[in-house]
Design a protein around this ligand. Sequence first.
Ligand code: IPE
Ligand code: IPE
Ligand code: MG
Length: 229
Amino acid sequence: MSLPRHIAIIMDGNGRWAKRRLLPRTAGHRAGLKRMISLTDHIFARGIECCTLFALSAENLSRPEEELNALYGLFRVYFTEQIPVLRERGITLRVIGELSLLPADVASLIGENTAKTAGGEKGTLTVAIGYGARQDIVSACNRAVREGREVTPETFASMLSTGGMPELDLLIRTGKEKRVSNFLLYEAAYAELYFSEKLFPDFTARDLDRAIGEFEKRERRFGRIDAGR
Ligand code: IPE
Ligand code: IPE
Ligand code: MG
């Protein structure tokens, strides 16, 4: 089977990674950010065109202020330093989620700086921040109702914040938990699921290759009896 076109990763386990080292949770998030950068380099180097990363859920916004502030600090760094790198590689950087729930300076930095990568044709990197799939689905429903539109599964998909992206092929979650925690609920209908025991800062490019290798061995039937029939 061929490479997945669209991979999503629930980047979980930063807090436990830090705890094991007797470090503050924020050190785990710093390590997670480093890992996120090296993994995305690897994903696009492998020729995968679309990658969606879960960085902060809508529900995570009720975490203690200290932890959120540390995360916002990391977003400020990421959405400044990575812009020229991604632009140079032809990667379009996008953000999905409720940015209005973030501090105003972070939201505007993200808006302005992601715009600088628009038009990159080698790939699309989407970071989900303040994102919740139910919230996304409900807001698309409300839009359809307001506009008096009847939707089909396809037109509805195009109204979600992931609209226009290729079908999600592979959904990976690191950090031992086996749940989707309100991520890409509609998009994952026929995604292959892969759960890793590794905490996100320990999840290497080799681990990712293992997940892709397993994806390539799976038979995707989409409800039919045999694949491809
Ligand atoms: C995932 O790691 C990153 C965010 C949710 C921001 P966690 O912070 O959930 O790490 P654990 O699950 O507590 O180890
Ligand atoms: C999911 O992780 C969200 C992200 C990785 C950004 P959580 O740590 O918030 O998920 P739960 O609380 O274990 O379901
Ligand atoms: Mg977690």
